[in-house]
Design a protein around this ligand. Structure first.
Ligand code: ADP
Ligand code: MN
Length: 191
């Protein structure tokens, strides 16, 4: 039978948002922060960064490359199977992906939706040399709150948190907040 949150030692977090909002930067900083804080201790709060992008590539959970949009055409079923094989259901994952509706609700304890101002997003995606069509599509996605809406439609509103990611200071504050949330989760779910 599938594990529920009550049976996990650690929660699962999704960090989602339009490409360029800072998902990977946040996931990496959080994982590092948790690693440092658990050094020498019991390591109870160690979470790993799960880059869904890498799983899609490495486990070939796709039907090829979309040339126009410059991204993989993801096979959701294959992806979920690969993540299950990877033990995501067991908890302790910081899931980094620009979508969230595909994951079973029972897997997820917190959904962080990162938001960024248009001109900042434009600069970040230009720096990545995104094609104009892909850049424009992502700007529209961000302006129209698509990922926030997807998160709210897919999960209980209480577990969905919208955070600004325009500046390094905001990233620090966000990571601190998620860290505190994790400590609280751990207390609430102590055996
Ligand atoms: P995503 O994984 O959502 O596509 P990244 O984490 O790769 O986004 O971030 C895109 C770029 O923006 C990176 O160069 C990253 O360092 C920078 N960045 C992300 N978040 C912030 C922030 N809050 N403040 C300043 N720069 C940021
Ligand atoms: Mn990323």
């Amino acid at each position: 039978a599938p594990l529920t949150a009550a049976q996990r030692n650690l929660p699962n977090i999704i960090v989602t948002g339009t490409p360029g909002t800072g998902k990977t930067a946040h996931a990496e900083m959080l994982a590092e922060r948790l690693q440092e804080s658990s050094n020498g201790g019991e390591g109870q709060l160690k979470m790993r960064h799960v880059s869904v992008n890498n799983i899609v590539k490495d486990k070939e959970c796709h039907e090829g490359w979309d040339d126009e949009l410059g991204c993989w055409i993801v096979d959701d079923d294959k992806l979920l199977d690969a993540m299950e094989d990877d033990g995501v259901e067991q908890g302790g994952c910081i899931i980094d992906w620009h979508a969230c509706e595909l994951f079973p609700q029972r897997w997820i304890d917190l959904v962080v939706v990162l938001r960024v101002e248009s001109s900042t997003l434009y600069d970040r995606l230009s720096a990545r040399k995104y094609a104009e069509i892909k850049l424009q599509e992502n700007l529209d996605t961000e302006i129209m709150d698509i990922l926030l809406q997807e998160a709210r439609d897919s999960y209980n509103e209480e577990i969905v948190v919208e955070l600004r990611s325009d500046t390094p200071e905001e990233m620090e504050t966000n990571v601190d907040r998620i860290f505190s949330w994790l400590e609280q989760w751990k207390k609430d779910h102590a055996p």
